[in-house]
Structure formats: C-alpha cells, structure tokens
Design a protein around this ligand. Structure first.
Ligand code: SAM
Length: 242
C-alpha cells in the first residue's frame, strides 16, 4: 500500500514510471493485466502493419500522450522489418483550448481541458530504451528501433507542416478535439500514400468528442474518404485507395 501511495503521489513522471513497473513486476506477475479490448487492439494494429510493407512512407502518431500506442507502433515497425521512421507529435504540455464544436459529455466550456501534461519526450525515449523484463531478458526493440522514433514537441499548427515526412503510410490520430483534428487532417491527408491507413481513436465516441466527427465530416467526406469500422481495433479507419 505504501508503494501504491508513493506511486500515486510521485511528482516525477520517470520515478512514477519506474514504480509502476516495479509494482507490476512484483505483485501482478502471474495475473492477467490486459483487458480483452486492449489485447484485440494490439492485434488489430499488428494486423494493419503487416499489410503496409509495400506501402511507401513513414509512420505518424498525432497525440502521443503517454506513448502507450507509440510503443506498440515501434514494436510493429521492427517486428515486420518495415524500417520506417516513426514520428510522434504532441505538445507535451497538454491540450490546447477546446472550441464550441467540442461541447459534449466531456467538454463544456471553451477552455484548456486538463490532463496529459505530465509526460516529456525524454520519458518516452527512456521507456523505449529500458524495455527489460523483471529477469532482465533482452528487449525485442533494438537500438535502431528506438532511433527510428522521432518525437516532435509543440502544438500541431506550429509543428506539422515543418516536420512531417514527405509520405505517410500509417497515421494514428488521437487528439480528441475539433481544431486539433482539423490541423492534422489538413496537414497529413495530402501526404498519405495510396494503400496507407488512417486510424481515428475517438471517431466512435461522438457524444464525448463531437468535434472529431465534425472535423471528419467537413474534411474527409467531401474528398470521398469514408471511415469504416475495424472490428479488431474497435475503431474507425480510412484505407487510402490504391
Ligand atoms: C488522449 S491523449 C493521446 C493518448 C496516446 N495516444 C496514448 O497512447 O497514450 C491526446 C494527446 O493529444 C495531444 N494534443 C491534442 N491536441 C493537440 C495539439 N493541437 N497539438 C499538440 N498536441 C495535441 C495532447 O497533449 C494529449 O497528449
């Protein structure tokens, strides 16, 4: 209980991460720690990645947060020997101010919503670079795999145009808000390769994040891009036509 208390109170994200690993290793080792929806999503991402080998372009996540999914993408990139760069964009200072298009069950005012401001690029690089299990067995992510990860801090409207790769084979859009989704779609869609894939993390949660649906309706639909439901991911995706 003391360790749990320390974990909850830790101000330093790196210390909090180390404590979390310690708690998981020590106390939950022989128990399942993945929920079914988490397991199926990991499978879903690997399933998408296996078909991207012949699609030119790099991998992009907009809305890195604590890097949970970025870590999965880094593993999949290496597992399928795709040898792509993996770009992660985030303010690393939390959300920008929400707009009225976002008003729903979560956002009620045009103000900065709280959370997701406790992570730094350094912490995520550390997590990727110290991926050893309790027995110290070797990480499946090698040094080259970690070097492929390029984290770009700053708000999308200031970072995307200058730092995006020329071609994108895979885009994970996990930014929750209307204007953030607009900024990402406008910057990334013209760079998506034929055969590439775009995954929306919140498009199915219209009541909570209505701004994402509105941005997709305004930008994707006029271009003839229709999101389809991916059963394993439990998310909407768009396959860019070949
Ligand atoms: C729900 S979190 C992402 C979760 C993450 N994909 C994961 O696996 O843990 C949303 C992230 O989007 C970022 N974000 C939202 N709008 C942004 C913007 N306009 N510019 C930069 N970052 C933004 C926030 O800082 C936050 O970290």
């Amino acid at each position: 209980m003391r360790l749990l208390d320390d974990h909850i109170r830790a101000n330093d994200p790196l210390e909090a991460y180390k404590l979390r690993r310690h708690l998981l290793d020590k106390y939950t080792k022989s128990y399942p720690t993945l929920y079914s929806h988490e397991a199926t999503r990991i499978y879903g991402f690997f399933d998408l990645f296996k078909d991207l080998k012949s699609v030119p372009g790099d991998l992009v996540e907009c809305g890195v947060g604590r890097g949970r999914f970025l870590t999965i993408f880094a593993f999949a990139n290496q597992f399928f020997q795709m040898n792509r760069d993996l770009y992660g964009f985030d303010s690393f200072q939390g959300f920008p101010v929400a707009s009225k298009q976002d008003f729903g069950t979560r956002v009620k005012k045009e103000e900065k919503i709280t959370g997701w401001d406790d992570v730094t690029p350094e912490l995520i690089y550390h997590i990727l670079g110290h991926d050893l299990d309790a027995e110290g067995s070797k990480s499946t992510l090698d040094e080259q795999g970690v070097k492929r990860v390029k984290l770009i801090p700053g708000y999308f409207n200031e970072t995307l145009e200058r730092n995006l790769p020329e071609r994108i084979a895979f885009l994970h859009l996990d930014a929750d808000l209307y204007q953030s989704t607009v900024d990402v779609l406008q910057a990334c869609l013209p760079r998506m390769s034929a055969g590439g894939v775009l995954v929306f993390d919140e498009l199915h949660e219209e009541e909570k994040w209505p701004g994402v649906k509105q941005a997709v309706d305004e930008i994707c639909h006029p271009l003839g891009l229709t999101p389809v439901w991916h059963k394993a991911l439990q998310r909407y995706i768009i396959h860019m036509v070949k």
